[in-house]
Write a protein that binds this ligand. Sequence first.
Ligand SMILES: [Zn+2]
Length: 354
Amino acid sequence: MPERRRRERAVTGLSAVVGHRDVIARLRASRARGRLAPAYLLHGEDGIGKRTVAEAWTRLLQCRAPAGDPAEAEACGACVSCRHHAAGTHPDVFRLVPREEAATVAIDQIRELQAALPYQPLIASPRVVLIPDATLLRPDGANALLKTLEEPPAHALFIVMAPQRERLLPTIVSRCQAVRCSPPSQEAVIGHLTARLGLPAERARALFIQAQGRIGPAIQAASAPGEAAPPYEDVGAPSTIADAVRLLDLAQGIGKDQEALRGLLAWLTLWLRDVLAWRLTRDPDRVLHPDRRADLAWWADRLSTDDVLDLASGLHAVWTSVHRNLNPQLVAEAALLHIAQRVNAHPPRRQEIA
Ligand SMILES: [Zn+2]
């Protein structure tokens, strides 16, 4: 990992992490009680900040002079351990990530870890092993690691991370204290982008949508050059949702691309959320697409609150069943046509009371 990235991570204290308040409270409490498990499993979808939490907690665990009450404790940022963290040179932290250009963690990386870990800490205890995505361990690597997890050195602590714990060997999961991580709220992510990164509110909302609500990709996109909006954002236009041929074209554009399908479903969910917010409040500050008020009003006139909730729960069901065996294009077609049918079925409902 490039040094610049390490330094970036090094400046986030636990209190500055976006979201994850309950997880952080729990981790701080287990430190305060002096009752650390030998291994933790932080599980929750990619890009929501699990690693940021793990790195910040590691700095606190290894800090020689933590500041604040136990419930608010932070690494001091000045001791020898904190300085090594900031420089990316800490000898008591191990990170199991694929080598450059490799897709998975190599077995010899695990063997190297197993050779080094038993030695006493050089400057800070516990020696921490961070595994940012344990699904990138191959079966041979996972089995080798299991041996260490079964009999870890007393001075070692593992922080394993994964998008879903079901994707790990059950024997690894059973060795870890599982901690479920949820995505930070929309307010927290947008607040971070505006207050901490200084982005205008509209750009922050656009990034939030583009990143499907995940803070990691949103921050990355914030520093990347602007990209064109994906074609499915066009679905919000009345002329598009009324045009079945256009919708089938959009679905065809998704083809076999699972990620594009997820993007479409995430966008549709946020759009329906906006339609509902507009229906209930008519307040541009409450929607993610304030620039598309006219389109939102058009939808809000045609869908009842129940319609929107039905469609959203339908999308949620599709989302949870997205599986590699389903054809993404067909799933997209079905979702788009189902929504179109509902939107186009009713004359405007302007008179109805929300
Ligand atoms: Zn310190």
